[in-house]
Design a protein around this ligand. Structure first.
Ligand code: C2E
Ligand code: MG
Ligand code: MG
Length: 644
């Protein structure tokens, strides 16, 4: 009791045991906190000791049980975790080993492109590439326009080229995103790439000469024209070997090839010192692109030099070849960059070349804008011309040639007209030249001759001649002279009622071939007029030896005759010379009175021109004969003979 009392006063919490009613009891004391009272209160609980201990034991057991179970579960969890981590680690290890030994090329990179790791395939097959520290160092063959890491980030594929000792390997990579970077999986595509390379080569190089080909030229032109910062002048020249055909007799493939190669070599020599590229664009055609030529004169200098070089024969397999070149020039000038494409440049060059090819005597043609309009117009005209021959669309007009002293029309020049609404205004120069290119001139010439002969017969009683223009191509035909004489006879024409006009330039060019024919015609009674005198190469000293009855001073001498004293001097000189040689002169193109007066004063007796009359249909020509020859009407500006 004392002990309990002392502890109560000490305000302790405690328990004690005591036998109460023969039973062992547990008494527990717990003070109550009383703030508002000065009395101390205690809660006293009395338990049967046995029952209390049993309860505590049960509680303890329960706590232990709960703890043990929790621990067991936790431990099991840990163990499972451990197992799975272990498995994972194994997996990773195995996959690493697999990757390492795997066939594909595998590279792991960080997000910035730094190389972290690569597999054995990479290490073994591309030892020279081990120096790479970053994918940015790779030599990519895929065209990637954006940032490379962006490209990889979007998991796009790309191909890289690895230079190994003596070998090039192409690896095609795909990228997979991994934590903190990418894994690049690559396949060896060297075979494909080489094939592509081969095809690319085939597409850009001519197999025979190994020069860049037409595709290359167009590619280069595209790049030049696209460069907006650097406008430069270029000369684009097509160089064609004329008359060299694989089908030529005795000309085998190897000689052909060798000739082409020799031509290539000579062309290369001509380009020394120029900033130029030589292309082999077609079987017998090369192209030269020369950079930075100051002006056309410089282009011309190269062209002349090249033509000169090819004057020397080429010797191939003991055969000697005279290479005849045809050149087509197109100048790419900065002002035109905006309008040009690689196609137009190429086409213009070829168009110029085609014009040169079509011409017998001209070796070089330079493209000018008119050619392109001309070409298409020409093609249409050529078709129409063939129809015109069949449909008899040609008519002859007649332009009087007036004798100033006798004051009468002494002859008419027959000039062809195409009675087609589209071509009635077209100068015969245009379609006659076209007809000469495709040989239709033979048919057209025949038509012109027969229609003119018919008119000559109608004028048989008038003492008037008809002069007919004849194309060089007609004259060189075998049988031309006989055919002409035959039809002359068939029409029952009088001697000297017909003359033919041939151009000076043609006569001088084919002297030996043509002179005998002209002599024969002259002896037969057909006069010869030398047309367009003064426009070509004139050798006055030969005139006396030529079978010529009349010289026709070209109408170009009449242009500005009154202001150009050179022209006046020439007209005067030709007139004097002709008088000495006893050759008559007709002056063409007299358009006004003053010109006529000068012509008369210089001693020329016959004139032709708009001042007298343009070329007119036959019915009107007859009216002119009546007016001037029968009614003796004076020509405007000419005093009438009777008035003298
Ligand atoms: P050409 O033989 O020199 O003919 C003279 C040309 O000058 C004609 O042109 C004529 O109309 C023109 N002319 C006449 N007077 C004057 C004038 O006062 N001033 C000017 N500026 N010109 C004048 P056209 O009829 O246009 O014929 C042009 C050329 O076509 C001829 O030149 C000739 O070379 C050729 N040609 C015409 N008809 C034939 C033909 O039937 N056969 C052949 N092969 N060629 C022909
Ligand atoms: Mg004429
Ligand atoms: Mg003429």
């Amino acid at each position: 009791i004392d002990e309990i009392t002392a502890r109560l006063y000490a305000n302790e919490t405690f328990s004690t045991t005591s036998r109460i009613f023969d039973e062992e009891m547990l008494i527990a004391f717990a003070p109550l906190q009383a703030d508002l009272s000065d009395r101390n209160l205690y809660v006293v609980q009395v338990f049967n000791k046995e029952t209390a201990l049993a309860a505590v034991a049960a509680l303890t057991f329960m706590l232990i049980a709960v703890f043990s179970i929790s621990f067991a579960v936790f431990a099991a969890g840990l163990w499972v975790l451990y197992r799975s981590i272990l498995n994972k680690v194994n997996d990773i290890e195995i996959s690493r080993i697999k990757h390492y030994y795997a066939k594909p090329y595998i590279i792991k990179i960080k997000a910035d492109g730094r190389i972290k790791w690569f597999n054995r395939t990479f290490r073994q097959h591309l030892p020279a590439s081990l120096s790479y520290k970053n994918v940015l160092d790779f030599d990519l063959t895929t065209e990637i326009t954006e940032d490379v890491m962006n490209w990889i980030g979007q998991q796009h594929a790309f191909t890289a080229r690895f230079q190994n000792i003596g070998r090039v390997t192409f690896i095609h990579f795909i990228s997979l995103k991994t934590t903190g970077g990418y894994m690049l999986l690559g396949d060896d595509v060297t075979l494909d790439e080489n094939r592509k390379d081969y095809y690319r080569t085939l597409a850009l190089v001519h197999p025979l000469t190994e020069l860049p080909n037409r595709n290359s030229l167009k590619w280069d032109l595209r790049i030049i024209l696209a460069d907006k910062d650097e406008f430069r002048r270029y000369a684009l020249v097509a160089v064609h070997i004329a008359g060299l055909s694989k089908n030529s007799i005795g000309f085998n493939e190897s000689v052909f090839n060798q000739t082409i190669k020799s031509t290539r070599d000579v062309l290369n020599q001509t380009l020394k010192g120029y900033d130029a590229t030589l292309y082999h664009t077609e079987s017998e055609t090369f192209a030269v692109l020369i950079k930075d030529l100051g002006d056309y004169l410089q282009t011309k200098a190269w062209v002349d030099q090249t033509l000169f070089r090819f004057k020397k024969a080429i010797i191939v397999d003991a055969n000697i070849f005279n290479i005849d070149l045809k050149l087509g020039v197109f100048e790419i000038v900065p002002e035109n960059y905006a309008y040009l494409s690689e196609e137009t440049c190429y086409d213009n060059m070829m168009l110029a070349l085609n014009h040169a090819k079509q011409s017998g005597s001209i070796n070089v043609m330079t493209y000018d804008v008119r050619m392109s309009q001309y070409a298409t117009y020409e093609q249409v005209m050529e078709d129409d011309l063939a129809k015109a021959i069949r449909n008899d669309e040609f008519e002859m007009y007649f332009q009087p040639q007036y004798h100033f002293i006798d004051q009468r029309i002494v002859s008419f020049e027959a000039l062809i007209r195409w009675k087609h609404p589209k071509y009635i205004q077209e100068s015969p120069m245009t379609y006659i030249r076209l007809a000469e290119q495709n040989n239709m001139i033979i048919d057209i010439g025949k038509i012109a001759l027969e229609k003119s002969f018919a008119v000559a017969r109608e004028l048989a009683d008038e003492d008037i001649k008809i002069s007919i223009n004849v194309s060089p191509l007609q004259i060189v035909q075998v049988g031309f002279v006989n055919d002409l004489m035959d039809s002359f006879n068939q029409f029952g024409l009088k001697k000297h009622s017909i003359s033919i006009e041939i151009t000076e330039s043609f006569l001088m060019a084919s002297f030996d071939q043509v002179i005998p024919k002209l002599k024969a015609l002259q002896d037969f009674g057909i006069d010869i007029h030398l047309d367009d005198f003064g426009t070509g190469y004139s050798s006055l000293q030969y005139l006396s030896e030529l079978p010529i009855n009349i010289i026709k001073i070209d109408k170009s001498f009449l242009v500005n005759l009154m202001t150009d004293h050179h022209k006046r001097a020439i007209v005067q000189m030709v007139s004097n010379l002709a008088k000495n040689l006893q050759i008559e002169v007709i002056v063409e193109g007299i358009e006004d009175e003053r010109q006529m007066q000068y012509v008369i004063k210089s001693g020329c007796q016959i004139g032709q021109g708009f001042h007298i009359s343009p070329a007119v249909p036959f019915e009107e020509a007859k009216a002119l004969i009546k007016l001037y020859n029968k009614d003796k009407a004076p020509l405007k500006g000419l005093k009438s003979k009777s008035g003298r």
